[in-house]
Design a protein. Sequence first.
Length: 183
Amino acid sequence: MDIGSTIRAIRKRKNITIAQICELTGLSQGFMSQVETNKTSPSISTLENIAQALKVPLAYLLLKKEERMHIVRKDERTITTSGPENLKVEHLSSTKNVRMSIVEIPPGAMTGEAPHAHEGQEVHVVIKGRIYAEQGEDGAEFTEGDSFSWNACTPHLVKNIGEDTAIVLISIYTENENAQDLI
């Protein structure tokens, strides 16, 4: 873990000197220097004191870099296509186990020629248009603002039944962090 570098970055961003942090925590400058260079690992209670002095949650200091906020600006989204109809998929963001995408479905297009299944849980929000969604024996029509969810291990499909391109926000949770794109 790289806790020391995180502490140093926060301290510098907040314009706090090592002397000031030592005064607030009661730690020596030598010890703080070793913490910030990752040459020593502080105890949880010491980390709690440092977190309080920096006015940050203790949990933030314990996060790995990949667990922190990840930002994807609108013009930086990865865009791919999916399925035989090459549906446009804009990848909004993802964490270890959750991916969010906006899918554009042209009139008459669907997510596949036949219902398909994969691991995970899905939540869909219709942003624009009119779609039909089917999972097993269940099926329903949805319009702007409607949402639905399902366990994706049961065969399912989504079809645009409207006259305009439908836009659907999809969030997929999977326990397999290495799962490929599942839309």
